[in-house]
Design a binder for this molecule. Structure first.
Ligand code: ZN
Length: 504
């Protein structure tokens, strides 16, 4: 049997166009929740066993046999502001150079996000595929895996042969989705040709209402499995990333059928169910002090988890706002644990002072997000770390977080009873290890505050007596009607049951 040569590459970014600052090449180069930029054989060696699409795609090829993987480049940056042209051009240029140098290829498998916006392209992935096609032609079969939060475009659908999308939020199936992309690519090489149908939904859905564990998304993703389909046919649903002021923002459905009519019928069925589910999305957010009071009055066993959904660094938040922290102080909360607050200067001071020392100063608002204030206080240094923390939860288990110099601080005086994990790098609080590494056990806390929108659920919901989504300030607004969108396609409504921009 002829050995097939398949190139793999990855370039992931979820761009929050409302977030301050730009995302440059250095953000892709550095390790954060995921590995640093990888080239050549390191793409295979440094991702093996991880819950990453590229790892799943490679594992699937190895499982099948008869395939030579040609690893090109893989990189991802923590979600944040618009990607600079310099970063996009450099990374896409390296991918193209690598593909050209690779020699004859039978196919290409790409690990992308689907919500990248650059200074010049509001559809970053569509632009990347355009560059790939211009360099390598339209004959090379290309499979793409995308995040559930992709803001999918017709351009990307047209330029890729096949696309697969995560089906769980929290994203427990990233490697599985990469494996599906590889399998779909191999089907394509075996001569299976499928027709695509693409539909966009008429309303946006805030991310805290997108859990696939309950509510409408649970039923919608089950429908993808249950939909009548022939071998090789499948449908995908992207829930979209709301903090993107672009025409393609929002949920979309993609179906691949043996005929155009079958693809359309599948896409229409999923879209119809999504639209029929509109009133079922629970978008409730609770004001911070009310949320803290509810948590303090809870008598159920296990901590109450307060999700600081709008300051999630995994969606472009600065991970340093203090609205929820101030509410804990104002209400006199006891047994409260908060993470991960990014304040490099405070982490530096803690490392300088040493364990047991008491610092007097300010915490938070380090990034200067307008409207955020630091909190003054006295903080005892309970633990210090270089910030290399092995994840243990289902989503990132097997990987390593890189928080940079970091520490656990306990408030003294006003705020006594509150402990905070402070980092030098923005990392989403989605794994208990981000607390337990410092000797703080979230299971033993009364209140656990996480800077995360929904991914925290995989590791924290099992120990929580209740979860409350909190309406504290941040760079990832979940109240969509307050956002100043300018570039959405006409008529799309700002949330389930919401109004379209410009209408009254
Ligand atoms: Zn996502």
């Amino acid at each position: 049997m002829k050995v097939r040569r398949i190139a793999v590459a990855g370039f992931q970014h979820e761009t929050n166009t409302f977030a301050p600052g730009r995302t440059g090449f250095d953000a892709f180069e550095m390790a954060d929740s995921w590995p640093p930029l990888l080239r050549g054989a390191a793409v295979i060696g440094e991702t093996r066993g991880m819950n990453l699409p590229v790892a799943g795609a490679i594992a699937e090829a190895e499982r099948r046999g008869g395939i030579e993987i040609v690893p090109i480049l893989w990189c991802a940056a923590e979600p944040g502001g618009v990607v600079t042209d310099a970063a996009f051009d450099r990374i896409s240029g390296e991918i193209i150079d690598g593909l050209r140098r690779a020699g004859p290829l039978d196919g290409l498998c790409l690990d992308l996000h689907g919500a990248m916006v650059t200074e010049s392209h509001e559809d970053g992935e569509g632009a990347l595929l355009g560059i790939v096609r211009a360099a390598l032609g339209t004959a090379l079969p290309v499979a793409v895996s995308l995040d559930l939060h992709a803001n999918l475009s017709q351009a990307l659908v047209s330029r890729a042969d096949v696309i697969t999308i995560y089906r769980s939020y929290p994203h427990l199936d990233m490697a599985e989705t990469g494996a599906r992309a590889m399998a779909a690519l191999l089907d394509r090489l075996d001569g299976v040709v499928r027709h695509a149908a693409f539909r966009q939904a008429p309303f946006l859905v805030p991310l805290h209402a997108q859990s696939t564990d309950d509510g409408p998304c649970r039923a919608l993703y089950r429908l993808l499995e249950d939909l009548p389909k022939a071998a090789g046919e499948y449908a995908e649903l992207a829930m979209g990333f709301t903090a993107a002021d672009i025409a393609d923002c929002g949920p979309s459905v993609l179906a691949y059928g043996a005929t155009p009519a079958r693809a359309s019928a599948m896409a229409e069925a999923v879209l119809a169910r999504l639209c029929a589910s509109e009133s079922g999305f629970d978008t409730t957010l609770v004001p911070p002090r009310q949320a803290v009071r509810q948590a303090m009055h809870s008598r159920a066993p296990g901590p109450v988890v307060l999700a600081d959904v709008q300051d999630n660094p995994g969606a472009g938040g600065t991970s340093d706002t203090t609205g929820l922290l101030q509410a804990l102080i104002d209400e006199g909360a006891q047994g409260a644990l908060l993470g991960v607050l990014c304040d490099p200067e405070l982490a530096r001071q803690a490392h300088g002072a040493g364990t047991g020392a008491v610092l007097t100063g300010r915490i938070g608002a380090a990034a200067g997000l307008p409207g955020t204030q630091p909190v003054a206080g006295r903080f005892r240094v309970l633990a210090l770390s270089d910030g290399r923390i092995a994840y243990g939860g289902a989503m990132y288990g097997g990987g390593v977080a890189s928080l940079g110099p970091s520490c656990l601080l306990a408030f003294e005086g006003p705020g006594a009873g509150i402990r905070v994990v402070v980092s030098s790098v923005r990392i989403q609080c989605l794994d208990r290890a981000l607390f337990t590494h410092f000797g703080a056990d979230p299971a033993a806390a009364r209140i656990v505050c996480v800077k995360s929108t929904l991914h925290f659920r995989a590791d924290f919901a099992p120990l929580a007596s209740a979860v409350i989504y909190v309406d504290a300030p941040g760079a990832f607004p979940c109240r969509l009607e307050g956002l100043r969108y300018r570039r959405l396609r006409p008529g799309v409504r700002l949330g389930p049951g919401g109004r379209a921009q410009g209408s009254s």
